[in-house]
Design a binder for this molecule. Structure first.
Ligand code: PAF
Length: 274
């Protein structure tokens, strides 16, 4: 695997390599990321990954400073997954001056759910992804469904800005007990880790009820929030939405149920398509 810390050397290396599939990450790679790398391989001649913890998408009280940085281990895992190129810039390379041009995604998409709890997060995320797209110039980019709202916003960005990139969604990888794999799971204590699959179980329960014909989504959402709260969680939302734009669904829409809740100091998110 070639490792490139600079835009200039990466661009040179990627000239004439054929079809490029790209998987951007913030590192601390787990099996979920690796599954995205394998998926990327099916779409292109070469796979490019990036590792960059993007300050722009963290709020002032969020975990930018303590976000786990595990570069050597990440490189070993990327080599095992036969990734061809890694772009690993430092902050100076990505933001040599304060980033004054930022992308503001549609507020209908950013003021809800994660955007309501994390103001500015999606502008920072979309800005770095657009910049990474300009650097790597991929044909295909793979993003996990675990960050469902991120995937929806990026699919819209690519369409509305006419970027010649196919966005491929990757299924969420789960531990045996159902917990969605996430770099932030490492923050959980042993006791919290045992409790953490409850979020997934509540989403499964809602999905089962809806598939069985239940139409009172609010009732299901309220019950799930109450169960989480009763077990020591601080839920931000559990909500059934339309898949395409994550707005309130109408009859006949394809649905997804999304949840976010804090367990101790750790904020977990998850979702299930229905
Ligand atoms: O999903 C992530 O890890 C990040 O939001 C991304 C897409 C790498 C942008 O920093």
């Amino acid at each position: 695997m070639q490792i490139h810390p600079t835009i200039t050397t990466l661009r040179k290396a990627l000239a004439n390599v054929g079809r490029i599939a790209f998987v951007p990450t913030m590192g601390n790679l787990h099996d979920g990321h690796l599954a995205l790398m394998h998926q990327a391989r099916q779409h292109a001649d070469v796979v490019v990954a990036s590792i960059f913890v993007n300050r722009l998408q963290f709020g002032p009280k969020e975990d930018f400073d303590k976000y786990p940085r595990t570069f050597d281990n990440d490189c070993a895992r990327l080599r095992e997954a036969a990734v061809d190129f890694l772009f690993a810039p430092d902050e100076q390379e990505m933001y040599p001056a304060p980033q004054r041009y930022v992308l503001e995604p549609d507020s209908a998409h950013t003021r809800i759910l994660e955007g309501a709890v994390r103001p500015g997060h999606f502008a920072g995320m979309a800005t770095v992804v657009l910049k990474l797209f300009n650097i790597v110039q991929p044909d295909v980019a793979v993003f996990g469904k675990k960050d469902y709202q991120q995937l929806m916003i990026l699919s819209n960005m690519v369409r509305e800005l006419a970027l010649p990139i196919e966005i491929v969604p990757g299924e969420t990888t789960r531990a045996d007990d159902g917990l969605a794999l996430s770099s932030r799971n490492g923050y959980l204590s042993l006791e919290e880790r045992a409790e953490a699959p409850r979020l997934h179980r509540q989403l499964l329960r809602i999905r089962e009820h809806i598939l069985a014909g239940e139409q009172d989504h609010l009732h299901l959402e309220t019950e799930a929030m109450a169960d989480l709260a009763a077990h020591g969680w601080q839920p931000d939302y559990i909500t059934v939405r339309r898949r395409s734009d994550l707005q309130t669904p109408a009859a006949g829409d394809s649905l997804v149920v999304l949840g976010a809740a804090r367990l101790g100091q750790t904020r977990l998110i998850d979702n299930l398509e229905i």
